[in-house]
Structures are given as structure tokens and as C-alpha cells.
Design a protein around this ligand. Structure first.
Ligand code: SF4
Length: 387
């Protein structure tokens, strides 16, 4: 979380009913969720009966801090719970500190082969690493990373991919589910031997039956939470169907603790598909969701008071309406447009957006009453349309 947001209320988490397990407002989930070890990623818990979280990956160059932060803010508004960033080199690792400081979402650093990048990411304050310990060059290097991750309470996701299986496994088994599981177990053992257990595992394949079977096998053999995904699912409809087929199948079996839909599309679309899967399976309930920026030196309104007031006035509302309250007219409008109703505060005034379009300017005193009136109107429209 950003330092600005430290200690401040997570507005979205406070209002959104995050279904999951047997107590979703839409009824019980299809099968009891598989018991797993809870793993903390900043304020988000993966496994241990926590609601299934939705994550995605930024498509920006991580070295471009502003572009990356802008994308993360859009993902926050879209409903992502955490976000992963590629860290291919030292420059990207150096950018992490500023990104972590400003990000409204927990950051996962995705690292291949370079243990020093993992150490830099940990020093920058990332909340999770995605790294395969068997690929970072020997026990001493793994130990250095594990020691630091443990000291900071940062978990590690082991991400096995059918496209990059170890050669010996490929020649012994081929690209089959059992080989994916064996590869994951090798990496897990390296961490367990160092008494590290804050582990999340993924076993991705672009072939849906292979991916599904690999996760089923792993779920029978391992206590660690599972990150579900169909890798390289592709663009548009075909990619969406592949992702839904694999992820939904497993979730219906009670398997899976966090999901990532991979599409050759905008990352916000991946989040939207992920959320729709959870809604469709009754693992999350659509309801009023208020998101707010974490605030920063640009903020020109009393953001926290405004958010509290909106929350108070809308607490009775059960409709699936997304509301954004942003602190400034520099970066706020982009995000405010993504919500059903959004406001971006200026000096003594605010700009009100509805369904992606700028509606009007209001005074700061009128801001929350105007927002609440628009939200109620949208809620009524949605109720009439049977949303
Ligand atoms: S005040 Fe503006 S720049 Fe600062 S976090 Fe909020 S929207 Fe972003």
C-alpha cells in the first residue's frame, strides 16, 4: 500500500461483500472450498477460506513509473485485489519503490532467474514475489532471498508453466499434468527445506484439460493456496472462453484461492472477466462498491471525510453500482470515468462523471449530495432492468 494510504480505511474492502466459501449472499458455493494455508499479501489474504481474489498484470513498462501507476489505479477502480509487475532488469527493480509507495493495490514482483532483482524488489517493499527458486542459481542465492522474504513477511508464488518445463521432466513425462506437478513440488521443496511456507502455487498451461488436471492433482497433494490461470489464453472471445472453462471448472470443485485471467486485451478487461466468473459462481456478490484514491499532495478536497459521508449515506443501498471518489482533477477524471458515478475534486469544486461521461461541475458542498442522488438513480435503473 502507498504510504499515503497507510493506516487509512480500505473503502472498497469495507463495503464490498466479498463472497466466497459457504456464506455468499447468493447461497452456498458449489463445493466446499479446499482448506489451504492462509498467505498474506499486504492486506489481502490468499487461501485459508478468504474470498477468492482477482489479480492481473500490468501491461506497461515497469520502468515507466507514471504509466504503471496510472494503469494500477485503473485496475483498482476495475476491482482488482492485487497486481503483478514484470521486473526484467535493475531499472525496473529500481522503479518499484516509487510504484509501491503510490499504489493503491498490493504489488507482486514477477522475477525470473535474477536473485538480485528479487532482493531489490523486497527492499522496495513489494508484498509478494513470483519466482521459481529452482531457477535463480543455487542454494546460497535462494537462501538470501528466502531470508529477506521471511524477515519482511513476504510470500512467494511458485509459477510453473507448461511452456517452460525442465528438460528432464519433459523427456521423462512429456508436457503432461504430472510433469507440471512434479516441477512445482521441486520448487516447493526448496522453500520448505529452508523452513519457508508462505507459498502460493500456480500450474499454468494453455491447454485447458492439462491445466485443470494439474491443479486437481496438486490440490490433492499440497496444503498451499493455488493461483489459477490458463496461460496465453489469447485474444477476445476465444481467450475469455478458455479462461472461463479452466478457472470456473476448478472453482466449482472448490479448488483455487486467487485467479488471473490472461488475455491479449487491456488488463482491466482481465479483471472484469475474473470478477464475472466469481459473480457467476456465487463466489462474490455484486453490490455497491466505493473506491477512492489513496490521496496525495495533489488532493484538493477533504477526501476521507467525503468518502465517509458517501459511505454513510449509501449504506442501505444493495445495488451493484460502482462509485469512485478521486482527490484531484489531474489524475482523478480518468478513474472517475471508469465507475458508474465518479467525482474528481478540484479547488472548492468537483467534476461529476456518470457512466464514463462528464456530467457537470458542482461545488464541494454539493459534491456528495449530487453523487448520492446519481447513484440512487442508477440503482433504480438497474433494478428496473433486472441487473
Ligand atoms: S489526489 Fe489525484 S493524483 Fe493524488 S492519488 Fe488522488 S487522484 Fe491520484
Amino acid at each position: 500500500m502507498s504510504s499515503e494510504a497507510d493506516g487509512k480505511k480500505d473503502v472498497r474492502a469495507g463495503l464490498q461483500v466479498r463472497g466466497g466459501g459457504p456464506v455468499s449472499a447468493q447461497g452456498p458455493s458449489p463445493r466446499p472450498r479446499r482448506p489451504t494455508r492462509p498467505v498474506k499479501v499486504g492486506p489481502v489474504v490468499i487461501g485459508g477460506g478468504a474470498p477468492v481474489s482477482v489479480q492481473t498484470m500490468t501491461k506497461t513498462d515497469t520502468r515507466d513509473v507514471q504509466a504503471t501507476i496510472d494503469e494500477i489505479r485503473r485496475l483498482h477502480i476495475a476491482g482488482a485485489d492485487l497486481v503483478r509487475l514484470a521486473v526484467p532488469d535493475r531499472e525496473a527493480a529500481k522503479a518499484l519503490r516509487a510504484i509501491v509507495r503510490q499504489s493503491p493495490l498490493p504489488i507482486v514482483a514477477d522475477i525470473h532467474f535474477h536473485y538480485q532483482l528479487a532482493l531489490m524488489a523486497l527492499e522496495a517493499g513489494v508484498q509478494k514475489l513470483r519466482l521459481n527458486p529452482g531457477n535463480i542459481g543455487g542454494p546460497e542465492r535462494v537462501r538470501a532471498v528466502v531470508r529477506e522474504a521471511k524477515a519482511r513477511g513476504v510470500p512467494i508464488r511458485i509459477g510453473v508453466n507448461a511452456g517452460s518445463l525442465e528438460k528432464d521432466l519433459l523427456s521423462a513425462h512429456g508436457r503432461v499434468p504430472e510433469a507440471l506437478v512434479e516441477s512445482a513440488e521441486r520448487h516447493v521443496k526448496i522453500l520448505e527445506d529452508m523452513d519457508f511456507h508462505d507459498i502460493v502455487v500456480s500450474l499454468k498451461a494453455s491447454d485447458v484439460p492439462t491445466m485443470v488436471r494439474a491443479y486437481e492433482l496438486m490440490a490433492e497433494r499440497s496444503p498451499y493456496p493455488l493461483h489459477l490461470g490458463v496461460t496465453e489464453a489469447g485474444p477476445g472471445l476465444a481467450g475469455t472462453v478458455k479462461s472461463v472453462a479452466g478457472i470456473a471448472h476448478l472453482l466449482l470443485e472448490g479448488i483455487g484461492d486467487t485467479i488471473r485471467v490472461s488475455l491479449t486485451e487491456e488488463s482491466a478487461e482481465e479483471v472484469q472477466v475474473g470478477l464475472e466468473i466469481l459473480y457467476a459462481l456465487g463466489l462474490r456478490t455484486k453490490t455497491l462498491e466505493i473506491v477512492a484514491c489513496p490521496s496525495c499532495g495533489r488532493c484538493e478536497i477533504d477526501l476521507f471525510a467525503a468518502v465517509r459521508e458517501a459511505e454513510r449515506q449509501l449504506q442501505d443501498l444493495k445495488a451493484p453500482v460502482k462509485v469512485a471518489i478521486m482527490g484531484c482533477v489531474v489524475n482523478g477524471p480518468g478513474e472517475a470515468r471508469e465507475a458508474d458515478v465518479g467525482v474528481a475534486g478540484g479547488n472548492g469544486y468537483a467534476v461529476l462523471f456518470k457512466k464514463g461521461r462528464m456530467e457537470r461541475r458542482v461545488t464541494e458542498a454539493e459534491m456528495i449530495p449530487a453523487l448520492v442522488a446519481e447513484v440512487r438513480q442508477i440503482a433504480e435503473e438497474k433494478a428496473r432492468a433486472g441487473a
